[in-house]
Design a protein around this ligand. Structure first.
Ligand SMILES: [Zn+2]
Length: 304
């Protein structure tokens, strides 16, 4: 048990069995290479995104049950069913926000591209390179949005970002447990890049890679951060961002790519003792109300 929170067992189990060690060093690279390879076979297939995300969630969810880094964080039964339902509803709403952005922003950003001569996207470059360009530039925008959420109280409040941080037990499914208000920010970076530069199909690959990375970043598994963590966010880095200690939560804003934290001086690397916004986890209703009322024992919200 963690003395700071007697309700949550935060004890960490490092991989030691041969199977756990193979998972530790190969899971993230295999998933990333596999997902990108599958996307390249049919880059504009409409079922690619839901198919890949569900498959990756199943793999991570099953491994979390067999090889949890923190057994005390496992979620089962009705609580898991509720989380699955919420992620389905919120993901569907996020897709609807993406469609709305495309309809609302396409014409003005088209006009902006023409007036500023921004027709510079290298459509003739290899699709893999284009996809990585969208991935890194979207993550650059998200880095600054996410940093603003944590450093500026009005953005923290109105984005509802505290709701995403309020969970004291994390798992791969937490990638999708966000306040409905925050969907407008989460979907924005890729939409801006796509519509400003008229990118095309590379956006689909970058979106899949981003969501898969965000899933791995929340996984309750003992995964390696060396080398792969120079560019991509690992779960060690991201769970540190979910720490209930303010100084730790104000690091590692890149949920899928960590490189912008390394460049802009917000990278941090140490194991998290306790996750959440404070000593206790708010109820679902309190999480929903976070844009208007911060829970009393919240420790990581930016000060006014
Ligand atoms: Zn955050």
């Amino acid at each position: 048990m963690n003395p700071s929170n007697p309700l949550i067992d935060n004890q960490y189990h490092e991989a030691s069995s041969p199977v756990a060690l193979v998972v530790k060093y190969t899971l993230q690279p295999i998933i990333l290479v596999g997902v990108v390879a599958i996307w390249l076979t049919q880059p504009d297939h409409p079922l690619l995104f839901p198919g890949v995300v569900i498959a990756v969630q199943l793999i991570l969810g099953l491994l979390e049950r067999r090889l949890p880094a923190r057994p005390g964080w496992l979620i089962r039964g009705r609580e898991m069913a509720l989380n699955l339902f919420l992620v389905f509803i919120l993901s569907s709403a996020g897709a609807a926000v993406g469609v709305a952005y495309a309809q609302l922003l396409a014409a003005p950003l088209d006009g902006l591209r023409q007036s500023l001569h921004l027709d510079i996207w290298p459509h003739h470059w290899p699709l893999l390179v284009q996809m990585l360009m969208v991935f890194l530039s979207s993550e650059f925008i998200w880095y600054w949005l996410h940093r603003a959420e944590h450093r500026w109280q009005p953005v923290w409040r109105f984005s509802g970002h505290g709701a995403h941080h309020s969970f004291k037990r994390l798992g791969a499914l937490n990638f999708g447990l966000n306040h409905p208000f925050e969907l407008f920010l989460l979907v924005l970076p890729a939409a801006l890049i796509e519509l400003t530069f008229g990118v095309g199909v590379a956006v689909a690959g970058a979106t899949v890679l981003g969501v898969v990375q965000a899933s791995i970043a929340h996984a309750n598994l003992d995964l390696n951060s060396k080398w792969i963590g120079l560019l991509f966010t690992t779960n060690g880095y991201h769970i540190r961002h979910h720490s209930s200690v303010l100084e730790q939560s104000n690091t590692n804003y890149g949920c899928s790519a960590i490189i912008w934290d390394r460049i802009f001086g917000t990278f941090g690397d140490s194991r998290t003792a306790d996750a959440g916004i404070g000593p206790t986890e708010p109820t679902l209703w309190e999480k929903f109300l976070m844009p208007i009322r911060e829970p009393r024992d919240s420790r990581i919200a930016p000060r006014a």
